[in-house]
Design a protein around this ligand. Structure first.
Ligand code: ZN
Length: 457
């Protein structure tokens, strides 16, 4: 009797469990891996469906446009008659949507996903979950048309590229040897109505050789990417060698300024501490400087050639290969990424051209520094200043005094370290002091692009 009762209890329990599972009232859950506002030419799709009750029975994923229905994925799951064993609680369906192969044209469409579970509810058809999402099918890559011609670059030099885009793109610009220089809308630079025209200053690192690749790239909101090669001619730049003698007197005078920045692990000997500053603080100072050259106004703030520190003598050139000697031993080698100009002590330093003050402050080896944004990624920098007389955000005119020369940072005597940058690349200031270079490489290009635009319109 007792045994029969136990069997009955077990059977009732089993039926109860089966009904509990099979009368699961919760519908499956559907989750898209990405936001998926757009469907591009080869759009990856990942959908995760799950049902923690009776398990999944069926999933259908479709794309509908103007009455046309394309099946993207469908799957039926094994549904056990009893319990949950063998049921699928979760599955991720992955596919690549190719609208053209599916016969769907560009435009608005609806992504429809439905999933049912193995529940006996709804007259044994299961609980159903649906997800509908409006998407934009965009399979066309943007059209890039390059308006500028003759892209002649010298290593350590700058250049300009002008191009139009057929649609607005969140990402576009010029790739020079894999280094990307973003472009910006340049409608304001041109007389013709030209909302599609974009401008990008580019640079070739001083250590780059001819034989590099250059192209314009553009990626639209859907993720379709286009590239157009740039005809270009690259010449190798020539740079000088220089020897810097590091004396004990210099170390005793200069090193206290950097002590607070040197880690405790660095050897206490003064030349070792100098080497740490010259290598690691130099690198960190560069990184800090480039934080202020990432965003630039979409305007050509400047006009004509850039100014040099008046009445000054050149003490060091751009990309000089420097050898640092301490007591006849070479202790370090670095390249000098600006031009050193010396006048009298605490001389007034003028803004080289019109622009917006992007940064003022102390940066490691550069000391007290001013950075001016001239627009479209072009910047000038003024370092080792003893006094800064402008504020961040201020618009300055060519010749306005921005501060006074000095010896802050890694400077052995009063001078101005003048730098020009295109985004995060140091370029040779000599080009920007040269009116003929500016005429040939910037102004004529803009004028040519202008006439090309008028011809196109
Ligand atoms: Zn310098």
């Amino acid at each position: 009797m007792v045994f029969g009762g136990l069997v009955l209890l077990a059977v009732v329990g089993l039926i109860g469990w089966m009904l509990f599972v099979k009368l699961d009232g919760g519908p499956p859950r559907i989750a898209l891996a990405d936001d998926l506002a757009f469907i591009r030419a080869d759009q990856p799709l990942a959908v995760t469906v799950s049902d923690s009750g009776s398990g999944l029975a069926r999933v259908d994923i479709r794309l509908e446009k103007a009455g046309r229905i394309a099946t993207l994925a469908e799957k039926a799951f094994p549904t056990p008659l009893v319990g949950r064993s063998g049921a699928v609680a979760e599955e991720t369906l992955q596919t690549t949507i190719s609208p053209r192969q599916l016969g769907l044209t560009d435009g608005r469409a609806t992504l429809k996903i439905s999933a049912t579970d193995a529940s006996w509810r709804q007259w044994f058809s299961g609980n159903e979950a649906t997800l509908e999402k409006s998407v934009l099918i965009d399979t066309r890559a943007p059209d890039i048309r390059v308006l500028s011609k003759d892209h002649n670059l010298v290593s350590g030099g700058a250049g300009l590229v002008i191009y139009t885009l057929s649609e607005s793109c969140p990402e576009h610009g010029v790739s020079v040897d894999g280094h990307r220089y973003p472009g910006q809308p340049a409608g304001a630079v041109f007389d013709s109505d030209a909302s599609s025209v974009h401008l990008s200053f580019i640079a070739l690192g001083y250590d780059k050789d001819p034989g590099i690749g250059m192209h314009v790239f553009a990626k639209d909101a859907a993720g379709n990417e286009a590239r157009t090669g740039l005809p270009h001619y690259v010449r190798k730049g020539k740079f000088q060698d220089d020897v810097i003698v590091i004396s004990d007197r210099f170390l005793q005078w200069k090193m206290p300024e950097f002590e607070a920045m040197i880690p405790a692990s660095v050897d206490p000997s003064p030349p070792e501490r100098f080497i740490w500053v010259n290598r690691h603080l130099r690198r960190a100072s560069y990184v800090e400087l480039t934080r202020h050259t990432r965003t630039s106004d979409p305007a050509l703030h400047w006009e004509g050639d850039f100014l040099r520190l008046p009445g000054s003598a050149r003490q060091a050139g751009f990309a000089d290969h420097r050898e640092y000697r301490y007591k006849e031993t070479v202790i370090d080698r670095q390249d000098h990424m600006g031009i050193d100009l010396a006048s009298f002590k605490r001389a007034e330093a003028p803004a080289a051209n019109h622009g917006r003050v992007a940064f003022t402050g102390d940066i490691g080896i550069y000391g007290d520094t001013v950075v001016i944004d001239h627009g479209f990624g072009l910047f000038s920098t003024y370092s080792h200043l003893s006094l800064i007389s402008v504020a961040e955000g201020e618009m300055v005119r060519k010749g306005d005094v921005i501060g006074r020369t000095g010896v802050t940072g890694m400077a052995g005597g009063d001078h101005l370290h003048f730098g020009m940058m295109v985004r995060d690349t140091f370029v040779n200031p000599v080009e920007w002091w040269d009116g003929a270079w500016i005429q040939n490489n910037v102004l004529n290009k803009i004028a040519d692009a202008e006439s090309e635009l008028q011809y196109l319109n």
